[in-house]
Design a protein around this ligand. Structure first.
Ligand SMILES: C[S@@+](CC[C@H](N)C(=O)[O-])C[C@H]1O[C@@H](n2cnc3c(N)ncnc32)[C@H](O)[C@@H]1O
Length: 280
């Protein structure tokens, strides 16, 4: 029987984002592994591994003890735990039912019995890690940092728990620097379609905006500003995109190298930014 750690939360969970993920966990966990991968993670464990191997300095940074921030159903944590030189990974997720109902299904499928206890499932808040200063070798996050209410605070918390020279590898969505504030506002004010509501088991006809659902939309300069303020050094900053006509056409305006891959990256437009950060 898998055990779960429960760390005190420092944020309010009475919101649409929490309720939505709770609903997804309850419904999808009944359907099993494939449904969780398809409708919560949007990328398979094999492709997660391939993704990290495309980022210079990322895959080899996963060694020793780590922490996955906003780990959802635990697919990223479990995939990283398949590495022999990874000892343990704290899989920290806010939503209790996501941890309790979904993580065991994912961990059981991805890891051999002898390795399953390498993933420590935690109901917790990535702004309030119950880990000692300078105690962890690596941190990772997959499309969760844009859900932070205060990215500088979250990055500082990751920085605090890492050992000197420890790496924080994260992937997330991005927008070009030239996207105006008015467009960012427009995106956040979009009301979800009936199709989205149905797919996410929400009641039909509700008026739910992307902002109310915990979304934030960051441009390159904003991600870089958050990182700078938190004290990390950028080792790698790279774009990883699914190879499709739209992604070939849209170029980044931050002079970043773009890697095109033959699998669905997930997230907005199947394109992502990936960072390898280092604690100084
Ligand atoms: C887009 S999902 C990505 C989940 C996961 N990384 C994956 O790939 O399946 C964002 C996740 O971050 C979690 N989250 C949001 N705020 C959090 C917080 N303060 N602490 C921990 N997890 C949080 C959400 O509950 C959600 O599961």
């Amino acid at each position: 029987m898998q055990k779960f750690l429960s760390w005190p939360l420092s944020i309010d969970i009475d919101n649409q984002e929490y309720k939505g993920n709770e609903l997804l966990a309850k419904k999808l966990s009944k359907k099993g592994f494939n449904a969780l991968i398809k409708d919560y993670v949007y990328i398979s464990p094999d492709d997660v591994k391939r993704y990290f191997k495309f980022i210079p300095d990322a895959w080899e940074s996963f060694k020793g003890n780590g922490v996955d921030l906003g780990s959802g159903v635990g697919c990223i944590s479990a995939t990283i735990a398949t590495k022999e030189n990874v000892k343990q990974i704290y899989s920290v997720e806010l939503v209790e039912s996501v941890v309790k109902l979904c993580q065991p299904i994912i961990i059981k499928k991805i890891l051999n019995p002898k390795d399953r206890n390498k993933v420590i499932s935690v109901i917790g808040d990535f702004d309030n890690l119950k880990l000692k200063d300078n105690s962890i070798n690596f941190a990772v996050s997959w499309f969760s940092m844009h859900h932070s209410l205060d990215p500088v605070k979250t990055f500082k918390e990751a920085n605090r728990v890492l050992k000197k020279g420890g790496r924080f590898i994260f992937a997330d969505k991005f927008h070009n620097n030239n996207v105006p504030d008015s467009e960012i506002e427009r995106m956040l004010n979009i009301v979800y379609s009936e199709d989205f509501l149905k797919k996410n088991f929400r009641p039909a006809g509700i008026n739910l905006t992307r902002r109310e659902n915990g979304e934030h939309e960051y441009r390159f300069f904003e991600w870089e500003k958050f990182i700078k303020k938190s004290g990390f050094k950028i080792i790698t900053e790279i774009i990883i995109k699914t190879d499709d006509p739209e992604n070939r056409m849209i170029k980044n305006d931050n002079e970043l190298c773009e890697v095109f891959v033959d699998f669905a990256v997930g997230g907005f437009g199947n394109r992502s930014i990936a960072f390898v950060l280092e604690k100084r």
